[in-house]
Ligand binder design. Structure first.
Ligand code: SAH
Length: 250
């Protein structure tokens, strides 16, 4: 926090029809402790508060027909205008959006915060997204019933990267995706574990040996093996990146 007066923590403003869902899981454990400690802020705004008619309606039937309801542009527009802050990205959680990746999470956590729109029903009127230049982001190729769980995923991933949120013990330097690879497997005591069926499972000798250099190269090899086996898409990217680094002599 600088002394120039910009002392507000990273802030997630969430536009939702279900504000009572927040903080929910974000109020527990790492994110919850950080929230309590004022290391980030959460404002959940009820979109319904911006409805003007006596039934406080927020949705209507889709033009052109078809199943379901669509969130009205006028109501959502008022909510966005009330929530928007200069310098904050406006993001609509949507299965049509760009897939959320760790690179995006790192970039978002370096901003002052985010403003998130959670859709419900069939989604929201396209015009209000265009009018505000909302960016669409997806948490995966599947359909949720609402944007709230997706918003929680995005916020959780950002918050753990904020300064002072993860302790040394929870450092993120070697995590999955940080260097383009999935993470190596973990083991803890006992070194020889006997399961309930009487089978014995030994932790890898190299790890137990405590030989720092050998541990490092074993972990690297395992990370590469897992990435190659499970995520050929990431593996190809990783190989290309390594080839480019070699070419430019990095
Ligand atoms: N009819 C839409 C799905 C609507 S689901 C379609 O086929 O694309 C209702 C809401 O859930 C959406 O408005 C969006 O905000 C949220 N949502 C659903 N799946 C999501 C995902 N994979 N990522 C982010 N948000 C999602």
């Amino acid at each position: 926090m600088s002394e120039a007066g910009n002392d507000s923590p990273w802030t997630a403003t969430v536009l939702t029809l279900f504000p009572a869902m927040f903080p929910g899981p974000l109020g527990q454990s790492l994110a919850g402790r950080a929230l309590q400690a004022g290391k980030w802020r959460l404002d959940a705004l009820d979109i319904r508060d911006f409805a003007r008619d006596k039934h406080r309606s927020v949705d209507d039937t889709p033009f052109g027909g078809g199943a379901g309801m669509v969130m009205r542009p006028d109501v959502l527009d008022r909510a966005i205008r009330a929530a928007r802050r200069p310098g904050y990205k406006l993001i609509y959680l949507s299965p049509r959006g760009r897939l959320l990746t760790q690179d995006t999470v790192i970039a978002l956590s370096a901003e002052p915060g985010v403003t998130l729109i959670c859709g419900r029903f069939e989604g929201v009127d396209e015009r209000v997204l265009q009018a505000h230049g909302a960016e669409e982001m997806s948490v995966g190729d599947y359909v949720l019933s609402g944007g709230e769980p997706a918003a929680m995923v995005l916020i959780d991933a950002c918050v753990r990267l904020l300064p002072g949120v993860m302790g040394n013990a929870e450092t993120s330097a070697e995590e999955s995706f940080t260097d383009g690879l999935l993470e190596y497997p973990h083991y803890t005591r006992p070194a020889l574990w006997r399961d309930a069926d009487g089978r014995e499972w030994a932790a890898p000798d190299i790890l137990v040996s405590g030989h720092h250099e050998k541990v490092k190269s074993w972990r690297r090899a395992e990370a590469e093996r897992l990435t190659r086996e499970r995520r050929p898409d990431l593996w190809m990217k990783y190989l290309c990146g390594t080839a480019v680094e070699a070419a430019v002599g990095k």
